[in-house]
Write a protein that binds this ligand. Sequence first.
Ligand SMILES: [Zn+2]
Length: 262
Amino acid sequence: MILNRDSRSLPYRFQGKVTGARITKTADWWFVSLTVDLPDELPEQRQTAVGIDVGLNRLATLSTGEGYENQAFLKRALKKLRQANKRLHRRKLGSKNREKARRQLARLHYRITCLRDDALHKLSTRLVDCYGIIGIEDLNLKGLLKNRRLSRSFSDAALGKLLSLLTSKVEQRGGQVIKVGRFFPSSKTCHCCGWKWENMDLSDRVFLCQNPSCAYYQFSQDRDHNASLNILHEALHLIGLIDQVVTDIGSGDDVNWAADAG
Ligand SMILES: [Zn+2]
């Protein structure tokens, strides 16, 4: 393949000088990656802050009330992955069929990576386009507590990837990502009054504050939304923008997700 140094004749969306190309092979597919020299765009400063709770039930829940679901196709792909794994282990070592099953599994792994990366890229780009300050947990403890090995590694990988994508993209735009400590009790604390639900279980999808003087007393709050508000407060606290936990930051309308929480 001969590359024209002037990318204007290449059918893709970047206009600039091609400075390099790399050919790689992943799961039986060949790829060409091109490096294109582009002028730096001046970042527009955004002062809006958001807190994000990342999890398995919902990929990301924002303090604004928005939620990004874990795509159903990923679930389907994970099911296929388990089947392919079983198939591989049934085949005789060294046989042609085993090699076939191995390649099939490699292609599936690659496909899952692509699907996940695509979702993470879209989400991270949207977030850095909208927010200058992004608070997020630095480790998915909820994911770690799950027993299913497959889903655990999946959610951990997704969180790690989302963090690194957010960090690199936000820097280009002049914003910042604030990682909230892994032991910060974002899920079990009421974002409004700070009351702690010490015995909260992973299966509790709705947060009910038991502090009678709290505005959210006995009010069904979506677990992840409450957590994302706490993450936002903690992030702002960490960078000195607020002295203590205050109420109603980043949340315009209160969204009651109790009905659809699984
Ligand atoms: Zn409360």
